[in-house]
Design a protein around this ligand. Structure first.
Ligand code: F6P
Length: 522
């Protein structure tokens, strides 16, 4: 099958791209424009992005040229979209209200497992072992809904550094502990080594049937079986679910054990509502598409190298690494489907921290640094605690204030007036005003959740998934593979063997690697 675009030419040679780029450069950020999109219960304020009628028209034409509708159809109907691995990326099928039989029956098995454990008040402790997509979504959901504590203590172990598993198991009663091993491939070194340590820990504590206390979550049930996992304790998902899109699958079992089985249903419903919105809303009102388009403008036309994520919600701190994996593993590509180098900058660095901590850490750079970065602010209109006046109002105010400062800035004249009003001598005031002015005109989005619920979090994550997909379509890259990461894994395997003395020193190493392999293997 030929997956290439009909135009074999580079993106920047396309007339539709050139018009888009010209229109984007000419479009202003108008601080008096208000544009708030409604999507699956979320409000997505894109007012602080470049906008104009010519840009809107050029966007439509560009999306047509990139066959956006056909690719969206392929995605949503489970056709091959991950072309380098020849598979679908059908995470949307997991959140369909009436999913296909294999999905529904696995969801049912998982719910039965959790309900029985809850009914028996079993497993005071859950140690979730997994990494990347088999970890971040679970951490995010447990922190989002279990921030005030859960009756089950949940610990996460991802890193190959065994201080992590040591810390994950420390102080737990093995008799009351369930080990959840989550790995799509069931071959990931970190996860398999940590799972082995956990198994030894159970055995060392005299547990007679340790596998009764182990759950395996995987798309490779045969490997799980060979490792020793019981069929009754193995929950599957499928090759067509990408690791970073797998929180909608059995991977969420730990979430259900920690914060309740109903959490999953809510998340699936919210994500499905966003799928519907993505599938049907016109381009101009389509929130994932609009976020994608402004992201492409900021990255590929204006040259911003990064995107800052600022969740103004303590519970959503893990949204940052979750989106780092989603965005950077998906869009960290520079070869298009035709096999050509993409000749515009693609996926940005994604970074961030929960507000207001972020304000006291790096927001200075966002306000007055020489590079700047677009920011996605995320906030809940209502909190789930009782201190609206004393806390939540401040949080909302800070979120709006930071955004406004970035957008409208502060002119030299304003700063000068301020300095004069503070009584500085004229010469000093003029000097000081230069330091206190803000250029402004820095773009951002504001995503407002009415309140944090499984439904709204599901919608939020699906919003970003579809944004990422749309950007990949515009850039003509495959967002569903990660060959760079795979290459690193292969090299690490070889070096591990050399360090263990199981393989001779590889003559292909660069000088520095060769030096350190020699030093480290002693
Ligand atoms: O980081 C690379 C990666 O392959 C991710 O895509 C994936 O989420 C992670 O490793 C873990 O993989 P697995 O679930 O197969 O253990």
């Amino acid at each position: 099958m030929n997956y290439s675009y009909p135009e074999a030419s580079r993106l920047s040679n396309l007339e539709s791209w050139q018009h888009f780029a010209q229109a984007a450069k000419a479009a202003p950020i108008d601080s008096q424009r208000l544009c708030v999109l409604k999507a699956a219960g979320l409000l997505v304020d894109i007012s602080a992005q470049r906008a104009s009628e010519p840009l809107a028209q050029a966007t439509e034409t560009l999306l047509q040229a990139r066959q956006f509708e056909a690719w969206r159809e392929r995605l949503l109907t489970g056709q091959v979209v991950n072309v380098t691995e020849d598979r679908a990326a059908w995470h949307t099928a997991l959140r369909a209200p009436a999913p296909v039989h294999e999905v529904a029956s696995e969801q049912q098995r998982m719910m039965d497992f959790v309900r029985l454990a809850d009914a028996e008040r079993k497993w005071r402790n859950v140690v979730h072992i997994g990494i990347g997509g088999s970890d971040w979504g679970v951490r995010l959901t447990v922190a989002a809904f279990g921030y005030a504590g859960t009756w089950r203590q949940v610990r996460f172990v991802s890193n190959i550094d065994s201080h992590a598993i040591e810390s994950g198991l420390a102080g737990l009663d093995p008799n009351e502990t369930l080990i959840v091993v989550s790995s799509k491939s069931f071959t990931t070194t970190e996860t398999m080594q940590n799972a082995q340590r956990a198994l030894e820990w159970l055995k060392g504590a005299g547990i007679q049937k340790p596998y009764n206390q182990v759950v395996a979550i995987t798309a490779n049930p045969q490997a799980a079986r060979e490792w020793g996992a019981l069929a009754s304790h193995t929950f599957v998902f499928w090759e067509w679910v990408g690791g970073r899109f797998s929180i909608w699958s059995s991977v969420a079992l730990t979430t259900a054990l920690a914060v309740g089985i109903e959490t999953l249903a809510g998340m699936l419903a919210g994500a499905h509502a966003m799928d519907e919105h993505f599938a049907t809303a016109p381009v101009g009102e389509n929130a994932p598409v609009q976020l994608a388009v402004s992201g492409v403008v900021n990255r590929s036309v204006l040259g911003y190298g990064s995107l800052n994520i600022a969740p103004y919600d303590f519970r959503l701190g893990y949204l940052v690494p979750y989106l780092q994996q989603l965005e950077m593993e998906s869009l960290g590509k520079s070869v298009d489907l035709n096999g050509n180098a993409v000749d515009v900058p693609t996926g940005p660095v994604v970074w961030g921290m929960a507000g207001t901590d972020a304000q006291h850490t790096f927001f200075q750079w966002l306000h007055q640094g020489s590079d700047g970065a677009p920011v996605d602010f995320v906030v809940c209109q209502e909190a789930s605690h009782g201190w609206r006046e004393a806390h939540h109002t401040h949080l909302l105010a800070n979120c709006l204030a930071q955004r406004q400062a970035m957008l409208t800035g502060k002119s030299y004249e304003q700063a000068l007036q301020e300095c004069r009003a503070e009584g500085h001598a004229e010469e000093h005031a003029q000097w000081l005003a230069k330091h206190r002015m803000h250029t402004g005109g820095r773009s951002s989005n504001l995503i407002v959740l009415p309140r944090l619920s499984p439904y709204t979090l599901g919608a939020l994550l699906a919003l970003y998934e579809h944004k990422v997909f749309t950007q990949a379509v515009i850039w003509g890259i495959n967002p569903f593979d990660q060959w760079g990461v795979e290459y690193g894994k292969v090299l690490a395997k070889g070096i591990t063997q050399e360090l263990k003395g199981q393989a001779p020193l590889n003559g292909g190493h660069d000088a520095s690697t060769r030096y350190w392999v020699e030093v480290f293997r002693g």
